[in-house]
Design a protein around this ligand. Structure first.
Ligand code: ADP
Length: 239
């Protein structure tokens, strides 16, 4: 099942620096929304606020109509994929993927079954017994995705998950992630500073600048009808 996310009036300051400046956005259940913007525009902070790792100074985040802004991260039913994978090098692939289930008190047999299924979803089922350091960058990224989906979260957050990969692998993984979104049908909020990636993968793109959403629209509308010079220049920069 996928969840909707309703964000209203979200603010985050670090001292006098306003990092999220009155962010409001409604994300539909099952939507693939990308947060796009230059470095420092607040993308990661917004994602971390949805995940629960950053507490906002003001505003509300509702999932399926329920306020979650004060809820601890592990109670949010949200999967997360980071840029640097954050896998445990001393554990096998299977153990890495099963780890979130262990944290949630799921028994051994069920853990193994569900880890296998998650690995199959990213086409890595034959690698369960390998060590992480025996995998390529692309394979590690797949394992990180398997770990994020293993407890069947309704929402998956991804923070520049492909930025460490070379161009060929990045394009291959873009196709994989799109396929996964279609098969799983979960809500995905995806962060990138890569315009092309945002335009090819998303249902909608939110362009951020200095902690504000400048435009939120379909890739086509962002491309054809940018609301201002900033969006036009940023999108036009994709090369
Ligand atoms: P982006 O993901 O778009 O690159 P971030 O959300 O990482 O942007 O950062 C937005 C701004 O907030 C940056 O200016 C960054 O330096 C600042 N920032 C982020 N986290 C912290 C923190 N924990 N303390 C102070 N400043 C922070």
């Amino acid at each position: 099942m996928a969840s909707s996310i309703e964000i209203a009036g979200l603010r985050k300051n670090y001292g006098s620096l306003s990092v999220l400046d009155d962010i409001s956005v409604s994300i539909k259940a099952g939507e693939f929304l990308t947060l796009l913007g230059p470095s420092g525009s607040g993308k990661t902070t917004l994602l971390m606020t949805i995940a629960g790792f950053v507490r906002p100074n003001a505003g509300s985040i509702k999932v399926d109509g329920r306020e979650i802004v004060t809820l601890a991260p592990h109670k949010r039913n949200i999967g997360m994929v980071f840029q640097n994978y954050a896998l445990f090098p001393h554990m096998s692939v299977g153990e890495n993927v099963a780890y979130p289930l262990k944290l949630r008190g799921v028994g051994r047999g069920e853990r193994d079954d569900r880890a296998k299924r998650a690995l199959a979803a990213v086409r890595m089922e034959q690698y369960a017994d390998r060590r992480i350091d025996q995998l390529s960058g692309g394979q590690r990224q797949r394992v990180a995705v398997a770990r994020a989906i293993v407890f069947e979260p309704n929402i998956i957050l991804m923070d520049e998950p492909l930025s460490a990969l070379d161009k060929r692998l990045r394009e291959e993984m873009q196709v994989e992630l799109k396929r996964l979104h279609e098969t799983l049908g979960r809500t995905i909020v995806y962060v990138t500073h890569d315009q092309k990636e945002a335009l090819t993968m998303s249902d909608r793109v939110a362009v951020l600048k200095s902690g504000r959403i400048r435009q939120i629209a379909s890739p086509r509308d962002i491309y054809d009808k940018p609301v201002d010079r900033f969006v036009a220049d940023f999108i036009g920069d994709s090369g």
